[in-house]
Design a protein around this ligand. Structure first.
Ligand code: 4NP
Length: 152
């Protein structure tokens, strides 16, 4: 199973989502690959936001080795499941995928916790540490659901 976490910049939300899911995959003994990407190219090659790193680290998750990359059309072939953080990411992902778009593979991450509600992971880019903590808690809960669903 190959899972891709997608946000706008691949610097705040999706790097934390990648780190959290990787930690849970490891703890569950699953043989999965997890990656993340951004719909935009603003932060390609950059490490995650310092507050994403700080909050993840406070939960024992080290994301300091990650580097930003942009989502590609090929990702829609090579990954089995692609989670986006918000509706704008969903629209942008669909545009990037072009004829590789596969509706079955792509979903809003929070639909794992709140099925069919189309809730969004808020963008913490203009916020402070409390916003990053709030995002982490949502990502953690959603990733827990993903693991539970696939362990059964
Ligand atoms: P992310 O947050 O999509 O969670 O990585 C953002 C990062 C950068 C920008 C916006 C959102 N930006 O405008 O540069």
């Amino acid at each position: 199973m190959k899972v891709l976490m997608v946000c706008l910049g691949n610097i705040c939300r999706s790097p934390m989502a990648q780190g959290v899911l990787e930690a849970k995959v490891k703890a569950a003994g699953l043989d999965w690959q997890v990656d993340s990407a951004g719909t935009a190219n603003y932060h390609v090659e950059e490490p995650p936001h310092h507050l994403s790193q700080k909050v993840a680290k406070s939960y024992g998750v080290d994301i300091s080795g990650q580097h930003g990359r942009q989502l590609t059309k090929d990702d829609f072939v090579s990954f089995d499941k692609i989670y986006v953080m918000d509706k704008e990411n969903y629209r942008d992902a669909k545009r990037i995928a072009g004829d590789n778009w596969d509706e079955e593979k792509v979903d809003l991450l929070l639909n794992e916790i709140y099925p069919n509600e189309s809730r969004e992971v808020p963008d913490p880019w203009y916020g402070g540490i409390e916003n990053f903590k709030e995002v982490y808690a949502l990502l953690n809960e959603a990733c827990e659901k993903i693991i539970e669903k696939n362990k059964a």
